[in-house]
Design a protein around this ligand. Sequence first.
Ligand code: ADP
Ligand code: MG
Length: 573
Amino acid sequence: MTDSDTLYDLLLDLDNRGYKAYKDIQGQYKFPNFTLIIDYVQGDPFASPSKLRVRVPQSVAQFPAELYTTPSRNVALRDYLTRQFDAACHGVSQHRGTGKSGTIAVCCMGQEVLDRTSAYINDDWLELRFVVGLPARGRRILGRQAAYMLCEDVPELVDRALVYANLNAAEIRRHVETVEDADWLRSQLSPKDLVAFVADGAILPRRSGVDDRPLPNNAVPFESPESLRVRFSRPNGGEISGMGIPKGVTLIVGGGYHGKSTLLRAIELGVYDHIPDDGREFVVTDPTAVKIRAEDGRYVAGVDISPFINNLPQGQPTTSFSTENASGSTSQAANIVEALEVGAKLLLIDEDTSATNFTIRDRRMQQLIAKEKEPITPFIDRVRQLLEEQVVSTILVMGGSGDYFDVADTAIAMTEFRPSDVTDEVRQIASDFATGRQPEGGEAFGEVRSRSIEPDSIDPSRGKRSIKWQVRGIDEIVFGTQDIDLSAVQQVVDAGQLRAIAEAMVYLKQEYADGRRTLTELLDLIFSDIETRGLEVLSPFPQGDLAEFRRFELAAALNRLRTLQTANRGQFS
Ligand code: ADP
Ligand code: MG
């Protein structure tokens, strides 16, 4: 292996040459404390930056094994190391010429702790992956700047961020213990017949719609009503109490601006772990929870929305419903059925983002518009069938209609950001003031079948390239020639998840889609590969910016791919 002095001299030699000459530095270099691996060199200073790794032997890094030997701690420590490296990058010069010259960065990270490909650790070494904008003026290599970046800055970053002795041991411990406790709490929900837990003292509101950090001042800490309070003894942090939301149908009611949506949002994101001091690190939710909303304009491919929609004008069938342009109610119906298809056991619905005609249909409207003239069976007539037939729970924010009092098991009222248990009052009111509604749900919800997927309808090619994809923030995947709009898929929290989902779509097509397998079977195969071989299995080369995602979000991306064709099993084989 070449050593770092050789790399230094090579970079000086490249000074002032054309940018393409940088390709010569691809390879591995032995530094005194680590190995630098240059996997990919960018083609010009404006292109996506070059991909590098450092591998630090444990003889130098010296992380105690107890910090990474359990799965939860392993994810948490790698998350911590990535954050430390990121912070250290902010401390070195980032501007060394044209375009991205001088950039040195890891993947972007938010409040969630996710399994990522950015860092790995075992008993022998730890590895950190980052990108570098190799410096140039115009298209001429700035060799001295490059030598400084790779041979001075990088060793300094390694020293500051990846050596245990130079880090805050108490903070690391808190990071891994918090994540381990949160995972443990989540695992305790189902045995206790709960679908979510919101810790006393949790801080739920965020700084703003575009800043996911906790509201710094005047946030009212969460305080459970006594009747819903449950207690756990965490593996690390000891006793904790908070509100347990039982399986069943739960309403969150209360006046406008009293914190209903903020509570639901925290529950939506409780499928993920959060960093210490996020405020929601001990808000945990059933991992199969899916946020459901109306999403008019979306594409739908062969979904059986007949539990909710029937007798459409012009006789359009709804047992295998396809459209280029769903309405509010048909999109919400499709979102529910698609979530159930791939295993959702908890639906989260906010009136703010629901179609009214999908959610309620009151007595007066039933009187005016006969059932035969209304294609929609409202959710209120299905929510108990879902629970009783499929054991699917629902948490619904509903400040605007009391009709749901009839179908609720639990009701929580938010008043000045404080929850109270109003279940008994809701029952009383339901019996004192009958709605007079006619139930319209019929006998049963019926079965949800998984669709098989036509492999040729998933095409990542664009122009001359057989695979071409790109993500835009957390809202969009450009997949081949198609734009997949995920802006209404609200449990995507990280661009790395969308990159991994794009890779997974390619992988699914190349490895498993055969026209016969159903979406559920394809997801099971992919997630079993990820389980045994890690997220790396999705990527043909080492890359640091993939993040874990759930089957629901991968399904959501496929379902929104406007070329997707589906059928009942077997039709494409
Ligand atoms: P609702 O859905 O009941 O209309 P929101 O959840 O949208 O209300 O909250 C209204 C506002 O109050 C938001 O700006 C939110 O950030 C803020 N908020 C929510 N919960 C709290 C809290 N616990 N402490 C302080 N502010 C809060
Ligand atoms: Mg709201």
